[in-house]
Design a protein around this ligand. Structure first.
Ligand SMILES: Nc1nc2c(c(=O)[nH]1)N[C@H]1C(S)=C(S)[C@@H](COP(=O)(O)O)O[C@H]1N2
Ligand SMILES: [Mo]
Length: 201
């Protein structure tokens, strides 16, 4: 019998190989919202893309949005409060589909939500199959608490980047902090590099 407990050896098992440093697994789906849950009637919902000067480049209402081709990604979620939920299945429209046809020199976006939440991301992080506007979770319409009717889903970054109740994207030439980033969270938020707070490398 080894004197050193295997639990402290830091080995990676099949179960935790997909768990970033400092995270624990959960099977429930916690709700984390900075304010009240907005309720957006589908006949008033819109998703827009605006340029650096706030000029409207693209707009979808719910009907035209739902006519776009969808994907059903299965992804791992990592919240900066240290819970991770593996293998979640969503349905949504790829940002590649939504950004197709938008010509821009901008390198960053600010995601804006109903209820005024914001979060900033490099434009490249929304491209090449890495991000969706998701409207279904686990085969069911997305619950309002989890961002329904539709939320941004950017699973390779900490979950605060996945803006619930997404309303639009604004293109930006320079990076600028959103809601949590302005309160001391990391400007980028890569869970594998443990970029939790603004001082983290
Ligand atoms: N609009 C909006 N989006 C948001 C938030 C929020 O407060 N408002 N919280 C963020 C944070 S900190 C996390 S961890 C996830 C939580 O998503 P969930 O409530 O579906 O678990 O949503 C993110 N998106
Ligand atoms: Mo979070």
């Amino acid at each position: 019998m080894s004197v050193i407990s295997r639990g402290f050896s830091g080995r990676r098992t099949a179960e935790n190989a997909n768990l970033p440093p400092g995270q624990y697994l959960t099977t429930d789906f916690p709700v984390l919202s900075a304010g009240p849950t907005p309720h957006i009637p589908l006949d008033r919902w819109e998703f827009t893309i605006r340029d650096e000067n706030n000029a409207l480049l693209r707009r979808w209402d719910w009907k035209s949005f739902r006519e776009l081709p969808t994907e059903t990604p299965t992804v791992d979620l990592h919240c900066v409060t240290r819970w991770s939920k593996l293998g979640t299945t969503w349905e949504g429209v790829s940002l590649d589909t939504l950004l197709a046809g938008t010509q821009t020199d901008a390198s960053y976006v600010m995601a804006h939500s109903y209820g005024d939440y914001t979060t900033n991301l490099p434009l490249d992080d929304l491209k090449n199959g890495k991000a969706w506007i998701a409207f279904r979770f686990d085969g069911k319409d997305l619950e309002p608490e989890h961002g329904g009717p539709a939320r941004l889903l950017v699973p390779h970054l900490y979950l605060w980047k996945s803006a619930k109740w997404i309303r639009g994207l604004q293109l930006m030439r320079q990076d600028k902090p959103g809601f949590w980033e302005g309160l001391g969270y990391h400007i980028y938020g890569d869970p594998w590099r443990e970029q939790r707070y603004s001082g983290d490398k």
